[in-house]
Write a protein that binds this ligand. Structure first.
Ligand SMILES: [Zn+2]
Length: 841
């Protein structure tokens, strides 16, 4: 018996234990602790035709202190591995769960070398007819070639590309040699500085190259734009924006650009706005090559994107997160830098208001719900990295980083970042490493702040109490937060006729009294987030609520009005303001709103409250008045973008026969809206909105629109969505049923548009039938879809529902089904407004 056990144990130890699918944090930590001095020498042979396989070969060199089992990631079938030699000898290995596993006995202390010949997987190579590009973030490099696919094993890459001789190629390193023979070009690149696999990149194909000299540096722009005038119009601006961002960052960080040469590639239909590969940034071409009609906003977005990716050369590339749970850090730092670089060049935009309206409402959309998640989450395996991305990372994290700059002060903030970049150059660091640097500078402040804002989920709840003396002057203004203490700096606005007094307050305890206000006259309202800084649920006191409902439009400052609108909305969701009161306020105040950013935000709130919170009979009673309000807004608005926002609100909420008739005349091109030219996508939206309202001839309108549509992608999309617009419930049922099959979900935007129309408020109550099956499909949606798909799938299903029966269906499903915690959060955050709407009834 004893012998048996010993023997079994010995066998188990000898057999390499498989690490399981994906890249677990445990595997990554084990490898980072044992492997050092990592280098890859890689070669890819790219054939002319995109369907022919790409052959590759590589030598991976690394040091070990002692013999150690080696796990190399390669997510391909066994037959993609053609030959393997470890330290010069043909070697046995186990292939399992997307890994090649080598026994410790094949390795040695000191230098090791694994040589592999392979067939590259195409999944992350984006192969097109005459070009391809890599996109490996967050962990897709190991689909293309065997590697240690984790951010904490930085390596030097030496690359050789074989390709058709009329192609161009760009990679992280500078090109060193090129030879051409038999129609095949062979290009070699200099070895890179240490970079992680997710930043290793190349693009090859039929590209044109523009070159420019700026400040003694050569910039190259690879692109595929065949409109020469468009290139000529944009090129100098694009090079100048890069030059300015680079100079600013070298000065701010005190560290020269770390990557030698500077190239970038403009890719049509690129998945993101940009990707920060060192020495070879990839951009979505449409974001950089602008038309002469480009709006101020598009120009600002282009400058911001360029500054964002350039900032990553330091934040993310030079210093990289150790694990993907800190991916938010590099994104936020790049945004903070981009705002500093770009905003001063756009003085006509109210940037504080923009920051408020672009981040707070979206962060609250998650943080007010039971599905809230902390900024910094556990991440057990890189194959779940996709589920980290969402509003909390994109919208709450920037708010939180601005708080840190507020705590430290701008100079200490910069100095802390300089220290961080210098200390961890070409290495990795965690959020806590940065916290430690700032905690040293501001002892007792930063670590506790980080525990609340970064590690916890949700938001503080802040109430205001005003006490007045017998003479009517202020005796006390008290701010209190419930239960938890979330330290933050506020700018509290006290409003007086025609005037706003702004007082900074450090909210460092459960209760804080406003200093220096006792004895002054009584304000009309108090907004603790008036300066656009404070984050939380600000429950309005009765005086303030009464004032805002009666006079919001009299507040002179656009930023204070923006904050007030955000607060009003949150108080509506807390059932402290009724939907009817809210719509009354909008009806009166919106026509007087002078700021376009505020107008756009309120129009969105209006459409939302109209469908989800107003009872149907109340909608009917108010429709005519709202439509004339919105039509007056369209006529009054100056800028095309403002007109378009008013028109979209009209189109999406119209309910009267007169309104339908006007829209139909516009759709039939019998009438025009002055100053608002409608393009093909606008006409498609019009046709769909008319159809979902069941206007007579709806089917013929859709058929005509389909024939009219020129662009083949848009035509295919409309054809796909049409059954979801049918007035026939059986046809809609079929439109839903086909979404069960993966091949019908390939175009995610098409699916989401179908779902939104299937669940449209005018399709209640039949739409409630789709709630349960949509929930049941969610785990499969997560398994098979892109990173944003599960959340969007749920929002398209639940985002317009208001019936208590629908809320009940969600609760029953959650009670009966075991979902992963993250998926449960997705359901809870998407269902939150439905739960509130059901409670209001
Ligand atoms: Zn980024």
């Amino acid at each position: 018996m004893f012998l048996w056990a010993a023997l079994l144990a010995a066998t188990a130890a000898a057999a390499p234990v498989t690490p399981g699918p994906g890249i677990s944090e445990r595997l990554a930590n084990d490898r980072a602790a044992s492997i050092s001095s990592l280098r890859y020498e890689l070669s890819f042979q790219i054939p002319e035709t995109k369907t022919k396989p790409i052959r590759g070969s590589e030598v991976i060199r690394f040091s070990l202190r002692a013999r150690h089992r080696i796990v190399v990631d390669f997510e391909q079938p066994r037959d993609h591995v053609l030959a393997v030699r470890v330290n010069g000898r043909a070697s046995d290995f186990l292939m399992s769960g997307g890994h090649l596993v080598f026994a410790a006995s094949a390795t040695k202390a000191g230098e090791n070398e694994i040589a592999i010949e392979f067939v590259a997987g195409d999944e992350s190579l984006n192969r097109n007819d005459d070009f391809l590009y890599t996109l490996y973030v967050p962990a897709r490099a190991h689909m293309a070639f065997p590697c240690f696919d984790q951010p904490s094993l930085k390596a030097r890459f030496k690359l050789e590309i074989g390709m058709p001789s009329d192609w161009r190629v760009v990679a992280n390193g500078a090109q060193t040699t090129m030879t051409i023979s038999g129609g095949v070009a062979s290009v070699r690149f200099a070895e890179t500085q240490p970079i992680p696999t997710y930043l290793f990149a190349f693009a090859a194909g039929k590209f044109q190259v523009e070159t420019a000299e700026r400040n003694g540096r050569t910039f190259r722009m690879f692109h595929r734009e065949n409109d020469a005038a468009k290139v000529a119009r944009n090129r100098d601006a694009i090079f100048d924006l890069h030059t300015r961002a680079l100079a600013w960052l070298e000065d701010y960080t005190g560290i020269p650009y770390p990557w030698g040469k500077f190239d970038f590639v403009l890719i049509p239909s690129f998945q993101f706005g940009g990707m920060e590969h060192p020495g070879a940034i990839f951009y979505n071409a449409a974001g950089l090559m602008l038309d002469p009609s480009a709006t101020q906003n598009q120009l600002l977005n282009r400058a911001s994107t360029i500054a964002h990716e350039t900032a990553h050369m330091w934040f993310g590339d030079l210093v990289t997160m150790r694990w993907f749970n800190d991916v938010w850090m590099k994104e936020v730092m790049a945004n903070v830098m981009a705002a500093k670089i770009v905003n001063p060049s756009f003085p006509e935009i109210n940037h504080d208001l923009r920051f408020l309206l672009e981040h707070y409402p979206y962060a609250y959309d998650v943080d007010r719900t039971a599905g809230a998640n902390p900024i910094r989450q556990e991440l057990g395996n890189l194959n779940e990295a996709g589920s980290l991305y969402g509003n909390i990372i994109y919208d709450k994290a920037p708010i939180v980083m601005r708080q840190l700059e507020g705590i430290a002060g701008p100079d200490a903030f910069r100095d802390g970042l300089r220290e961080y970049l210098k200390r961890y150059s070409f290495g990795n660091a965690t959020w806590l490493d940065l916290v430690q640097i700032f905690e040293k500078r501001k002892p007792g402040e930063v670590a506790s702040w980080s525990r609340a804002w970064v590690e916890r989920r949700g938001r503080p709840e802040i109430t205001t109490t005003l006490r007045t003396g017998t003479d009517g002057t202020i005796s006390e203004v008290r701010l209190a937060q419930r239960e938890l203490v979330w330290p933050q700096r506020l700018e509290v606005d006290l409003g007086f006729p025609g005037q706003v007094n702004r007082t900074p307050v450090a909210m460092n305890g459960p209760v804080v009294d406003l200093a220096g206000v006792a004895g002054s006259r009584q304000p009309e309202y108090i907004l603790p987030n008036g300066g656009g800084l404070g984050y939380g649920l600000f429950l309005l006191d009765d005086t303030t609520k009464g004032y805002l409902l009666g006079h919001l439009e009299d507040i002179p400052d656009a930023l204070t009005r923006g904050s007030a609108w955000v607060d009003i909305w949150e108080n509506l969701l807390e059932a402290r303001i009724t939907p009817a009161e809210f719509v009354d306020l909008v009806t009166r105040a919106l026509p007087k709103e002078a700021d376009e950013q505020n107008t756009e935000r309120v129009l969105q709130y209006l459409a939302h409250s109209f469908w989800q919170f107003l009872p149907p009979e109340e909608r009917g009673r108010r429709a005519a008045e709202l439509e004339s309000l919105l039509r007056a807004g369209i006529a009054r608005a100056g800028a095309t973008s403002a007109k378009s926002a008013w028109f979209a609100a009209y189109r999406d909420t119209v309910l009267t026969p007169d309104g339908f008739a006007w829209l139909e005349r516009i759709w039939r091109r019998e009438e025009k809206i002055e100053g608002l030219p409608l393009a093909e996508p606008d006409e498609i939206s019009l046709a769909m909105e008319l159809a979902v309202r069941g206007v007579s001839g709806w089917r013929q309108i859709l058929d005509t629109q389909l024939t009219r549509t020129q662009n083949p992608d848009r035509k295919a999309r409309l054809a796909f969505v049409m059954p979801a617009l049918s007035a026939d419930p059986a046809e809609r049922e079929q439109a839903f049923e086909r979404l069960r099959r993966l091949e019908n979900r390939r175009h995610e935007p098409w699916v989401l548009e179908s779902l939104r129309y299937l669940n449209h408020p005018l399709r209640q109550p039949t739409a409630q039938r789709f709630v349960r099956p949509s929930l049941e499909l969610l785990p499969e949606i997560q398994r098979t879809g892109d990173i944003f798909f599960p959340q969007r799938w749920m929002e398209a299903t639940l985002g317009q529902q208001r019936a208590p029966e629908a809320a009940q269906a969600v609760r029953e499903f959650l009670a009966q089904t075991k979902l992963s915690r993250r998926l449960e959060w997705v359901v809870l955050s998407s269902a939150d407004n439905l739960f509130r709407a059901a409670r209001m009834q």
